[in-house]
Design a protein around this ligand. Structure first.
Ligand code: GDG
Length: 482
């Protein structure tokens, strides 16, 4: 792997979620690898070069915290050290459920009415970030490169820098960065900025996020930023701020959907769909209000109303994976989705046909990619989304080039795929319905052309390019200290 050559120091990855979860099952312990783009990109890298991963140990505490919370992973072929941090139920509430997920998450997605902050939760968020920093300081070899992630760990970079000025830190912010009038509503906005500026490299998904971030630093910390270079002079150092749009591993997804098992699964689905002269649509989201699940159901209702010719023909499969069930609002949200789905189904279902089928659980990744391959269209209708990997995975899995992508204009992915996807405004149900009709009306050739163009873009901008770009910037930052 070319990336391996870029890495010139021991690597320490830091995330909120751990890459492997240990659970007790009848007859022993089961270790599951957690899904998601970052884990599937960084785990193979660490397996190849070794190193440390520090994360909250959210599985069975008795097992995970034995041997001091350190474990060699993957269990069947240990290659690197997973360092797990124990959090008490109060810490999980304050740091994770409250400050991160009820405060920073909605605020960053500009859904200000949902944002709630409390000083008590802030104190816990702060102390948990300190806990992460302490652990990372303890396990990092001299001169290590630390690659930390996301809004749960905004204070972490400055804490690490205090105790370990020898390490070089890159922090990647996966979600949008809001404009200043919104960001200022966070009562601790200055502390958040100071925490992040402890990093040497700060990565965001888009130029827009970078611009909003630089503006926040300039205006609230009264610091000068160099917009040409994206550098901020901060406490005698340079912080490099840049956009690094995250992506997917197109080849790995292609290999997955071409495996004999998945080819069989796709053939089976297609036979079923074609025999009934159906059109199959798909969406895959965590049950999160930012993903626009409720407005999407309104739009589907509108679609079947405005275009009755699609009744009994377009079947829409929504995979809604329960998420953040520690937060009451998320549990309520899930129920609302179920209720609205039932309403649409009751209105349009006929004997033997239901417009919307819900899969309320996660699927293994190869099968999920297989569904993307089999589908005639996919819908991504987030209200706001840092990137949205589902959109890119759908394109990567479409090796038969039959499908069309309806993509919300307000996702990071739209910056790259807006020309060949069908852009939608998630809050315009009639427009959405018209666009779906338009997308289903284009010729097979045009569908293939659009998918080919998007696949080409993704082949040239993979998750490995994302990592390489970040590590190159980190290397440059590390050298500027010498
Ligand atoms: C955050 C940002 C940004 C979903 N259901 C199943 C499953 N998934 C996988 C998808 C995809 C991932 O989860 C979801 O990623 P997204 O990017 O769509 O969204 P977030 O979770 O909100 O991620 C987002 C991302 O970070 C990366 O920077 O793009 O903007 O919000 O990979 O495939 N995977 C499996 N079964 C499921 O049922 N195996």
């Amino acid at each position: 792997m070319a990336i391996k050559q870029l890495i010139e120091a021991p690597l320490v990855v830091v995330t909120n979620r751990e890459p492997y979860i240990d659970e007790r099952v009848a007859g022993g312990i089961r270790t599951i690898q957690t899904a998601g783009g970052v884990v599937s990109a960084l785990d193979p890298l660490l397996q190849e070069i070794g190193g440390n991963w520090v994360a909250w140990g959210s599985g069975n505490a008795d097992i995970e915290m034995s041997s001091g919370g350190q474990r060699q992973v993957p269990p069947e072929r240990p290659r690197y050290t997973l360092n797990r941090i124990t959090l008490s139920p109060e810490e999980v509430q304050g740091y994770y459920a409250k400050y991160s997920n009820q405060g920073l998450w909605p605020l960053s997605h500009m859904l200000i009415e949902r944002a709630q902050f409390s000083r008590r939760a802030w104190q816990t968020y702060r102390s948990v970030n300190q806990k992460f920093a302490k652990r990372v300081s303890a396990v990092s070899p001299p001169g290590a490169w630390v690659f930390s992630h996301d809004y749960q760990l905004a204070l972490f970079p400055a804490f690490v820098r205090k105790t370990r000025p020898d390490v070089t830190i890159a922090h990647f912010w996966h979600i949008p960065w809001p404009p200043l009038p919104i960001f200022r509503l966070c009562p601790q906005h200055q502390e958040i900025l100071r925490g992040l500026l402890g990093a040497d490299v700060l990565g965001f998904q888009s130029e827009q996020d970078v611009e909003y971030f630089l503006n926040a630093v300039e205006r609230t910390l009264k610091t000068t930023v160099n917009r040409e270079t994206g550098r901020i002079d901060w406490q005698g150092r340079s912080v490099h701020v840049k956009s690094f749009p995250i992506s997917v591993d197109v080849n790995a997804i292609e290999a997955m959907v071409e495996s004999p098992r998945i080819r069989r699964w796709v053939r089976g689905i297609r036979r079923h769909v074609d025999r009934r002269d159906q059109i199959l649509g798909i969406s895959v989201d965590r049950a999160d209000y930012t993903k626009g699940l409720l407005p999407r159901l309104d739009a589907m209702k509108e679609f079947y109303t405005l275009y009755p010719q699609y009744r009994e023909r377009v079947t829409y499969l929504q995979i809604v994976v329960p998420s953040r069930t520690e937060v009451a609002e998320y549990r309520r949200f899930y129920e609302q989705v179920e209720k609205k789905t039932q309403e649409v189904n009751q209105r349009f279902a006929t004997n033997g046909w239901k417009p919307i089928i819900t899969l309320p659980h996660s699927l293994d990744r190869p099968r999920l990619m297989g569904l993307f391959r089999a589908a005639d269209f996919a819908v991504v209708s987030s209200l706001v989304d840092g990137m949205n990997l589902v959109a890119k995975e759908f394109v990567a899995a479409q090796v038969d080039k039959r499908g069309v992508l309806l993509l919300s204009e307000t996702t990071g992915a739209a910056n790259e795929l807006e020309h060949e996807s069908f852009p939608i405004n998630p809050l315009d149900p009639e427009g959405f319905a018209n666009t779906l009709h338009e997308a289903l009306s284009i010729s097979a050739d045009e569908r293939a052309d659009r998918i080919s163009a998007m696949r080409k873009h993704l082949e040239e901008h993979t998750i490995y390019d994302w990592m390489a770009d970040i590590f190159l910037t980190l290397k440059m930052a590390a050298q500027s200290y010498v």
